[in-house]
Design a binder for this molecule. Structure first.
Ligand SMILES: Cc1cc2nc3c(=O)[nH]c(=O)nc-3n(C[C@H](O)[C@H](O)[C@H](O)COP(=O)(O)OP(=O)(O)OC[C@H]3O[C@@H](n4cnc5c(N)ncnc54)[C@H](O)[C@@H]3O)c2cc1C
Length: 694
């Protein structure tokens, strides 16, 4: 269990209750197993049985419920398809497909490719398993800076993140099976039809909205019947559950009323019209996180043709020196450097930082860049690591209210709420850090007749001050002085927050190698707010967010904007454009949507890294299938589009290898097997590589 400072005591005391998902666990919880405080249900049940018999002194009949629960649990543990995937002990020498990275896209791919029984699939993941804590929606911020986070930080740049330690933004990324889907806030947003039509117009046939819409539906299991009945847009019966949050405060509905007051429609933001206000849809199942590992990989865990190797840090894609074909992967596991070979394809799904990083380490990237750090060139592809896009919002836009209705962490996390979570699958712990409602609106820079809004509001019934200055401050990397000066007076007070998020940034960042040492983190340049249009749009978004607090719907709660001037902007007059221009560069908040670093494009585009079939230009047998391939970031949170990319990517692979007319030379697989030099690199000096300093 991840025990975190502020919540440590509370979480530990209810540790045995913070599990869910099986009837056995619920039976055990109701039977009072929680009292033992164990983190594992098995341990809790065993302890309960011992306590009941030895301490309480009840007879054999009285322990039957515990016994049944224990048997159910242990059977469940071994055979239930919803349980964690097996971590294969020994990786074989060759597989048909080797997938690098078991994150959002990688788990989808592993599940879909292993549907073909005669394909052997290996999924390599640097991190380990999910935990009971990562399941709990309210606690996701506790995972930042934990072992499940790569803990990336950007290079210091003067344009943004000035309130953060060393002026570096914290780029949380999941290092766990399920990847960032295990740490994210589970918001299910597909983007705008124009995003995908634009991808197609860039020269990517097959990626228009009408062509990708079936893949959204394919994954989805929409649990809200009012949304599900719209079958053009929503799917049911797919592996990935989408549900409304079981817990809302009165602030969520009020926010929607405020939207109506401002002249907007209440919409299904994943349906016909994006512009408007609506309740968030979440990737939750019965109030718990529905990560892609749980939704896609767990049901496939008993397939004999799928191997999942955890704690396997990939260091390089192996290529044939003559043909440049990707032949396999080098990785470190248990302190040993190993090779594994792919007889059909190697697939990079290591995310928008990991995938370009590995390409560059493998000699695929800008020739001069690679020469700078001494990596031998395999394929000159200048676009690798370029075109980095992210959504940024502005932090700290909070409104004090007069009623005790918001998510104040010390009030919300206790034994009662833990019981509600474990037994009735609702209550405040099912709230995704207070996120309740969303708005897609137009600033004056957008064409309002277009239904392609340029601004998003993320409305929360909490803010940076709601946890006593522990988790949000830590996750965002704010300096103590900044927090102290701006928020300490109102810490733990009832508030609601609005994060105005700019939807179509024009600034582009990039990633470059710090070293050829594969364990050294790459250098990350965000370049946020380097384009003047981005400054204008974000500033107007902040102004609109502050104006929302003035609507009658929000004033009912006594809403008043917390207007304490930021230390570095004090010299400017409050509420002027100059003040806001200063503000947005201080508390710049990533929404963790890094993307675009191995973009898809036609052969005529010199910056394209993959073709519309997601194959890496110039390196046969290698694809990238994750957030990296987006040519332009989508108009909303990007997780649903990444899963769609995983679904479509799997189909592209199946189309190639299973359609007789398009299949590569029939004997290819065996030719490949013969020609690969399958050696194990025991002699390689793993110990010489320094561990990364985040
Ligand atoms: C804190 C946070 C909150 C977010 N909230 C939302 C949200 O509410 N809604 C939304 O739509 N989006 C959200 N996102 C974004 C979304 O989750 C990501 O865009 C998406 O998960 C990315 O998927 P991916 O497959 O590209 O990469 P990831 O899911 O990050 O997967 C990459 C995987 O590759 C592994 N890996 C990397 N390098 C190596 C290596 N060398 N060897 C082996 N394995 C490796 C990683 O450990 C990881 O498991 C959030 C992201 C974060 C971090």
């Amino acid at each position: 269990m991840v025990v975190v400072p502020a919540l440590g005591a509370a979480a530990a005391s209810v540790g045995g209750l913070l599990f869910k998902a099986s009837a056995a666990s619920k039976a055990a919880a109701t039977a009072g197993v929680a009292a033992v405080g164990a983190t594992k249900l098995g341990l809790a049940i065993t302890t309960a049985i011992k306590l009941t018999t030895a301490v309480v002194g009840v007879g054999k009949i009285a322990i039957l419920p515990f016994l049944i629960a224990a048997i159910a649990y242990y059977n469940y543990d071994l055979f239930d398809p919803e349980n964690r995937p097996f971590n294969v002990k020994q990786v074989e020498l060759a597989y048909d497909f080797v997938i690098i990275g078991g994150g959002s896209a990688g788990t989808v791919l592993a599940a879909r490719l292993s549907e073909v029984p005669h394909w052997k699939v290996l999924l390599l993941e640097a991190g380990g398993h999910e935990t009971e804590i990562s399941d709990v929606p309210l606690l996701s911020l506790y995972l930042h800076k934990s072992k499940m986070d790569w803990k990336y930080r950007t290079q210091p740049q003067p344009t943004a993140c000035q309130a953060m330690k060393d002026k570096r933004c914290c780029w949380t990324r999941g290092k766990v099976i399920g990847g960032s889907s295990v740490l994210n806030t589970m918001l299910y947003i597909r983007g705008n039809r124009r995003d995908f039509d634009q991808w197609a117009a860039f020269g990517n046939p097959g990626w228009s909205y009408e062509e990708i819409l079936p893949y959204f539906r394919k994954s989805e299991d929409q649990r809200n019947p009012y949304l599900a009945r719209n079958t053009r847009y929503h799917g049911t019966g797919g592996p990935w559950t989408v549900q409304d949050s079981p817990y809302n405060t009165p602030l969520g509905p009020a926010f929607l009323q405020a939207g109506e007051e401002m002249g907007y429609d209440i919409v299904d933001v994943n349906g016909e019209q994006q512009t408007g206000f609506g309740f968030y849809q979440f990737n939750m199942r019965r109030g718990s996180r529905s990560s892609t590992a749980k939704s896609f990989l767990r049901p496939a865990r008993l397939r004999p043709n799928l191997h999942v190797a955890l704690f396997s840090h990939v260091t390089k894609v192996l290529t044939d020196p003559q043909t440049k074909r990707a032949t396999g992967v080098q990785f470190i596991r248990d302190g040993h450097l190993q090779n594994v070979y792919a007889t059909r394809e190697v697939i990079l799904a290591a995310g928008a930082i990991g995938s370009p990083h590995l390409m560059m380490l493998s000699g695929i990237g800008h020739g001069e860049e690679l020469a700078r750090v001494g990596v031998p060139l395999v394929q000159h592809l200048p676009g690798v690591g370029q075109n980095l896009q992210d959504h940024i919002a502005v932090g700290g836009i909070a409104f004090l209210i007069d009623y005790p209705i918001s998510i104040v962490m010390k009030r919300m996390v206790n034994i009662n709420t833990a019981l509600r979570y474990a037994i009735t699958e609702d209550g405040p712990l099912t709230s995704s850090v207070g996120l309740e409602a969303v708005a897609f609106i137009n600033t004056k820079y957008a064409n309002a007749s277009d239904d392609w809004p340029d601004m998003n509001f993320m409305m929360t019934s909490a803010s940076v001050m709601s946890d006593g200055g522990s988790q949000v401050k830590n996750a965002h990397g704010l300096t103590d002085e900044f927090y102290e000066q701006v928020f300490s007076e109102v810490t733990n007070r009832d508030v609601f927050g609005i994060f105005p998020m700019m939807l179509r940034p024009k600034s582009r960042g990039f990633i470059r190698l710090a070293s050829k040492n594969p364990l050294r983190y790459p250098l990350l340049y965000h370049n946020y707010l380097t384009h003047p249009d981005d400054v204008n749009v974000l500033r107007e978004g902040v102004k609109a967010a502050v104006a929302m607090g003035e609507t009658a719907a929000m004033k009912r709660f006594g809403a008043r904007y917390w207007s304490k001037p930021l230390p570095n902007c004090k010299h400017l007059t409050l509420f002027t454009d100059e003040y806001w221009n200063c503000y947005i560069r201080q508390y710049t908040m990533t929404i963790y949507h890094m993307s675009g670093t191995a973009k898809m494009g036609p052969p005529s585009d010199p910056w394209a890294v993959v073709d519309p079939q997601l194959r890496v230009y110039g390196v046969p047998g290698l694809r990238v299938i994750d957030a990296s391939i987006m040519p332009a970031i989508t108009n909303g949170n990007i997780h649903a589009p990444v899963v769609m990319i995983g679904e479509k990517g799997a189909d592209l692979i199946k189309q190639l290898w299973l359609t007789p007319s398009t299949k590569p030379a029939a004997s290819y697989q065996w030719r490949q097997k013969r020609s690969i030099n399958m050696t194990q690199p025991e002699a390689l000096p793993v110990h010489q590589w320094a561990l990364p300093s985040a």
